[in-house]
Design a protein. Structure first.
Length: 253
């Protein structure tokens, strides 16, 4: 009987080997497939348990064929996933501000290691001063993750937020989506904790973005953490990787 059971198990594994992982409830299969893609580095996949990219991106409504800007993309964690979601006939722009490149040059080096390669041929890098940022027109989505707060910090030159959000507004097509994911600061603190704690009050983000003409259309709590009391810097070992994060979705009318 044990031999028969082993044979059945082995046969089942052979039959289903190579099939894409079944999408989680509420997550489109093209997002699940992009997250599971074999070309993603192991160190990035190891972050998935905390960052929950499938659930996060299901909230954004990104889809194949979309034209996307990944603003301040870091080392490219989401850039790679976007590339696989939108597909080879579309494009992902990884827009790194010059000021951020000077502060963290290793991130642009990481982006350059895969952008335009055979695995990620639809990724294009843009490096621009934040004060003179220009985006391609007709975008379906502009995304920024864990870096919106940096736009308020001295190393970025404290750029004009109204101008930045208006640039994003003008680049999106009507109905286009703007998503901000960031580390939450305590309510009422506005932008006062962006430099020391690297956090921002969600209400401040909402006020700045809607002032540019965007409609606020929803938020996701998939990365919220009520155990985070918002008093520690995001790099503190006691909270690193588990900060309370908000995800706001805005639409251009």
């Amino acid at each position: 009987m044990k031999t028969q059971a082993f044979f059945v198990t082995a046969l089942t594994c052979m039959l289903f080997a190579g099939l894409p992982a079944k999408a989680a409830p509420g997550v489109p299969s093209y997002i699940s497939a992009a997250v599971a893609d074999a070309t993603r580095p192991a160190d990035e996949k190891a972050q998935d348990a905390d960052r929950k990219p499938a659930e996060v991106l299901a909230f954004t409504d990104i889809k194949p064929g979309d034209k996307v800007v990944d603003l301040m993309p870091g080392a490219g964690y989401y850039t790679r996933i976007f590339s696989k979601i939108v597909g080879p006939k579309s494009i992902v722009y990884a827009l790194q501000p010059t000021e951020m490149d000077k502060a963290s040059p290793q991130r642009l080096k990481s982006l350059k290691s895969f952008a335009g390669t055979k695995d990620y041929p639809n990724v294009v890098i843009l490096v621009q001063p934040i004060g003179a940022m220009q985006m391609p027109k007709g975008l379906d989505m502009v995304w920024t993750s864990q870096n919106y707060h940096d736009l308020h910090d001295p190393f970025m030159g404290t750029p004009n937020m109204a101008k930045i959000n208006k640039t994003i507004y003008d680049a999106l097509k009507p109905g286009g989506i703007y998503v901000v994911l960031d580390h939450a600061a305590a309510a009422g603190t506005g932008t006062s904790k962006t430099n020391d704690l690297h956090r921002i009050d969600p209400a401040a983000v909402k006020a700045e973005v809607t002032a540019a003409g965007f409609e606020f259309i929803g938020e996701s709590d998939v990365l919220r953490n009520p155990a985070d009391d918002h008093t520690l810097a995001i790099f503190d070992k006691a909270i690193k990787g588990r900060t309370d994060k908000f995800i706001y979705k805005f639409r251009k009318p």
